[in-house]
Design a binder for this molecule. Structure first.
Ligand code: GTP
Ligand code: MG
Length: 527
């Protein structure tokens, strides 16, 4: 059946109803009942409006979520996110007609990518010039793929709506309002009391229809801005340099629930299982601290065996590596035992070793002797570490946990009957531990993610707080640490891939030259 035939049938169906409605209103007016029944439509429409608001919130939850920092993002990426947030918030300045114009979205994508590129390359006049063709294509591909999936899943009838109909949606409330105003004006001739009803419906129906319109269009707008912004950040931070497939595979290596947190999942679970390699899941924990702070002892306590060399004289010279598996968390940890720095601070050699550890660290345990008030070398090392990371914008600074050792040596020294409740201290020993922890927090403040007091004298069989308190804290930071491990692996892979590709290209060129030379020689010899 054609559209006009449907329209005719629809009209035939509606005419009697409309006639009855008009006659009914006329009869109500004649009998004087209209005076008390006029409120029925606004009340029901008002109810409809409230319900529509509620249901719509459920229909488009994604649109309500602003872009959020991903777990693997560096501070620079989080700053770039503010550009995207501002664009999303500018939704109030966008008209419905613009929201249905494909050119408008192209302009937004261009504007966002330029602004984000400028953020990453503030000193260049042409910030996009350093991007490769592959990464631009990967960003466009991933962003559009996500928006397409979202539209397919969350926009009703999105697989049938044409651009013409889409544009119509942008203009519908305008038409509706114009037609409604004309009808009302005409009705004022019949009954001047209609003016009141006009005002009532104006404040109920208008927001209702507008809410429906901006709900659908607004959801699409904010989703589009979010995905384009997200992948512009991924592109400018160099994570798309290896192409869309490599990026997707790397993201899938994060736990699926973590990978899907910032965005609707573009993670294929099958690939995630296939691609998981033991090395990628390994989280590197750098254990740093002053000489004799108890680093090696802490590692032994974590391993549950005496493997790291422990002594009263300075023992750990170079960086030693230990493996620790937590089957419950499906986590493989690489513990780096570093050489302790002296009161005077780290020597050049120690600094070099420490930088090498930072390069690999996904989590840092800063071991502090609770009995010693000399914190200056630790403060300097933490500051050095922060500066070191600030200069390497592509690395994510790892979380830092201060581990307060030797708590058994706090006053009263002779008392030792763990566990101690140092959060709500009741005994003198628990109070000493609590004060020592508060002192570190006061000293280092935001530089620390947590402070955990322990006794790590594994050699003296005095271990407390390691499995009970430190391990749970490390587990809560595990996702964050995994994300920075992933970032490191991804950049490493991209670098390796680039070298491999260059080698392959050089080989092909070499082969081409050889073949041309051979052809040339054989031609010359034949002459
Ligand atoms: N009483 C007590 N002794 C501890 C504790 N932790 C470590 N020790 C002892 O402190 C001494 C030094 O510990 P290590 O683990 O070797 O210290 P380190 O930081 O690795 O030292 P370097 O490798 O030389 O920098 C050892 O004798 C440990 O037995 C603790 O919590 N309480
Ligand atoms: Mg040691």
């Amino acid at each position: 059946m054609k559209l006009w035939q449907l329209a005719v049938l629809g009209t035939l169906l509606v005419i009697p109803l409309a006639v009855f409605a008009v006659l009914g209103i006329w009869a109500l007016w004649q009998t004087g009942s209209l005076v008390w029944s006029w409120w029925i439509p606004p009340v029901f429409w008002g109810l409809g409006f409230l319900l529509a608001r509620r249901w719509q919130a459920r229909l488009y939850p994604a649109a309500r979520n602003r872009i959020e920092p991903a777990l693997h993002w560096t501070p620079q990426d989080e700053e770039a996110m503010k550009i995207v947030v501002r664009r999303q918030q500018a939704i109030d300045e966008v008209t419905p007609a613009q929201m249905t114009d494909p050119h408008f979205y192209l302009n937004i994508a261009t504007e966002l990518s330029l602004k984000i590129a400028q953020h990453y390359h503030p000193k260049t006049s042409d910030p996009v010039s350093s991007l490769t063709v592959v990464e631009i294509l990967a960003a466009a591909h991933l962003a559009l793929e996500d928006v397409e999936r979202w539209a397919h899943r969350s926009l009703p009838a999105s697989h049938m709506i044409t651009v013409r109909q889409w544009r119509l949606l942008g203009r519908t409330p305008g038409w509706y309002r114009a037609a409604r105003d004309v009808t009302w004006m005409a009705s004022l001739y019949l009954n001047p009391a209609n003016a009141l009803r006009y005002l009532v419906t104006r404040f109920t129906m208008d927001p209702f229809s507008e809410e429906l319109q901006t709900g659908v269009l607004g959801a699409f707008y904010s989703m589009f801005v979010r995905q384009v912004g997200y992948y512009c950040i991924e592109m400018n931070s160099g994570r798309l340099r290896g192409g869309a497939d490599r990026y997707r595979a790397a993201m899938a290596r994060l736990k699926p629930e973590t990978a899907s947190k910032p965005l609707p999942a573009h993670v294929d679970e099958d690939t995630s299982k296939k691609e998981t390699r033991e090395e990628d899941a390994t989280v590197t924990v750098a254990v740093i601290g002053q000489v004799k702070a108890g680093k090696s002892s802490l590692i032994n306590a974590l391993l549950g065996e005496n493997r790291a060399a422990v002594d009263v004289l300075p023992k750990t010279r170079d960086v030693q590596e230990y493996r620790l598996t937590w089957p419950d968390q499906q986590a493989e940890l690489r513990l780096l035992d570093t050489a302790g720095y002296a009161d005077a601070g780290a020597s050049q050699e120690q600094l070099r070793a420490m930088y090498a550890a930072f390069e690999r660290a996904d989590l840092v345990l800063l071991v502090l002797d609770a009995r010693s008030p000399a914190r200056e070398p630790d403060r300097v090392v933490l500051e050095t570490m922060q500066t070191w990371y600030r200069e390497r914008k592509r690395l994510k600074p790892p979380p830092v946990v201060a581990v307060l050792t030797h708590i058994d040596g706090l006053s009263p020294v002779l008392e030792w009957s763990p566990p101690y409740d140092w959060v709500q201290p009741a005994t003198p020993k628990a109070k000493s531990i609590s004060e020592a922890a508060a002192y570190q927090i006061e000293l280092f403040g935001e530089r620390l993610d947590a402070v955990v007091p322990v006794c790590s004298d594994a050699a003296g069989d005095r271990v407390s707080g390691v499995n009970e308190e430190l391990v749970p804290v490390m587990v809560t930071l595990l996702d964050q640490a995994r994300a920075s491990a992933l970032l490191r692996t991804l950049h490493h892979e991209i670098r390796q891939e680039r070298v491999r590709q260059l080698q392959n290209q050089a080989l092909s060129v070499g082969r081409l030259i050889l073949e041309s030379a051979r052809d040339f020689l054989s031609r010359e010899l034949r002459r």
